[in-house]
Design a protein around this ligand. Sequence first.
Ligand SMILES: Nc1nc2c(ncn2[C@@H]2O[C@H](COP(=O)(O)OP(=O)(O)OP(=O)(O)O)[C@@H](O)[C@H]2O)c(=O)[nH]1
Ligand SMILES: [Mg+2]
Length: 584
Amino acid sequence: MTASHDGPSSTSSEQRDAQMLTALVRLRGALQAAVLPLDLPGVEQLRSSRSSMVEQLEDYVIPRVMTVEAPLVAVVGGSTGAGKSTLVNSLVGERVTIPGLLRPTTRSAVLVHHPDDASWFGQDRLLPGLRRVDHPTDDPEALQLVPSTLMPQGLALVDAPDVDSVEQRNRELAGQLLAAADLWLFVTSAARYADQVPWQHLRGAADRATAVAVVLDRTPVEAVETVATHLARMLASRGLKDSPIFVVHEGPIDEQGLLPAEHVADVRGWIDALAADPGGRSVVVKQTLEGAIRAMTHHAYPLVEGVGEQQRAIADLRDDVASAFDAAHEAGLRSATDGSLLRGEVLALWQDVVGTGELLRSLDNRVGWLRERVVGAVRGKPQQAERVVLAVESAIELLVLEQAERAAGTVAAAWAERPGGPGLLAAGSDLGRASRDLRRRAEAAVRRWQGEMAELVAADDAERRTARYLAFGQTGLAVALMIQIVGHDVPRASAAGTPTTSVAAADSLALGRQLLDAVLGPAAVDRMIATGVGSLRSLVRELIESETVRFGEVLLGVTLPADAADQLREAARRVDDARFASAR
Ligand SMILES: Nc1nc2c(ncn2[C@@H]2O[C@H](COP(=O)(O)OP(=O)(O)OP(=O)(O)O)[C@@H](O)[C@H]2O)c(=O)[nH]1
Ligand SMILES: [Mg+2]
């Protein structure tokens, strides 16, 4: 807020109301954005605080600030079967709401008002979420509007369900209606006044400084003094010493279900006086409204903390995925070309095709005809070459599956320990394992890659298609190329094996290279290996990357705008500023 030279008095009350309204609308937006998606400890309480704040802003605070001059709304709430509906009818002086013997009877809100006040209670005003109806209903989403000429102008009465109902929907609606009241007419009975649930509500009202009047209903004459004294003491000790207590004696009920008028004369007199006194009314409205707003900013700050905590937890969960899959990428890319695949079946079958180290050592590379002998040695072994193709295929698939499996397991283990993590694991399906179709996808990708390798050797200069090429065959050359690719990072000088390759593997790698050089020429072979290494790496990278999608989807369900906590803090601060501005 900027300091004005003319002082705060230069701000008119309309400007202050407008400032407050803007701040409240912004607070509602910030609260709506501040979802608490993760099941962190204590989140239930924050979630319910958040949703009741949004609800109260929409149902009561925002419409109330927009129309401060609207009639005062007194909600008649309280214990089950205390006689709330009977009291409403008796106060009005005609049957406007249905009382009953069965508990609970009232399941839907009934608002009684003077006919001239009707325009204040349209759909877009108070409690906009409740559909306006003009007939009795049990629909908890409906608000029955009942005009009665017996009501004073300037004050409306709402008959609410029981706050301690056996039915949850009733309890919720009762709470929602009380949160939208300017004044509570809290009804209890001699039998029920010490019950816990009503007192939880009353304590909440005391915290917010909601205007409350208590009606001690259905009280036998002889019990009045004891009960009323005790009740007054309870109210005083719980911060409600200013709340008036009205006693309504248990009385005969007429055929309309109404108590004798004199039984409710005190309450009715108080209501009439309030309705007739615009100043008194506005004091009540202001007290409750300001209390609600103050409580709201008060409750917003723990929520800011909670949102920040959620943001940090979400970032940790994301990091778990990133670091597990970074490691999988790294290991996958490394093993694809460091010779790790040159063992077992791949090596044995490749040796079948190309011979062993002894052959290599017996060769004198400088003698052309010896090279011819090597080529001759592999001539006519197309089936063996095909078998190497299959072995290489499954070795690469296995490599991808292993890395994906390990990364998924690492994330699952980390998430199981993180706050909010177990809920996410349950939300996804089998997140601790590689996805079910990965094998199929890997198979297709590796086959595509092998096809590319075959094309690579085939597409080479036609002039090279010498007798040697033809003897070796396209598949033989493609296989030799694949072997060079998966052994690309094996140090060249080593004929003694490396941490990832055996002597035999290093030998047959070298032999393969000689073959390729002899057939295709060293420069072309270098180019082909480089191309093949590049596309094998992208294959591995893409397949492992595709495995993060499932985690991404689960995390998408728990996203929070990056600025949610800041926006909420700022919005609450603005409401506080507006509050202090209007208090001056
Ligand atoms: N004799 C007598 N009966 C009463 C009195 N007050 C309420 N009753 C009866 O008690 C029963 C319950 O009264 P309701 O007015 O429906 O009570 P409620 O608090 O609205 O009940 P719910 O809506 O279910 O929470 C009805 O049968 C009423 O006729 C009273 O002062 N005297
Ligand atoms: Mg009722």
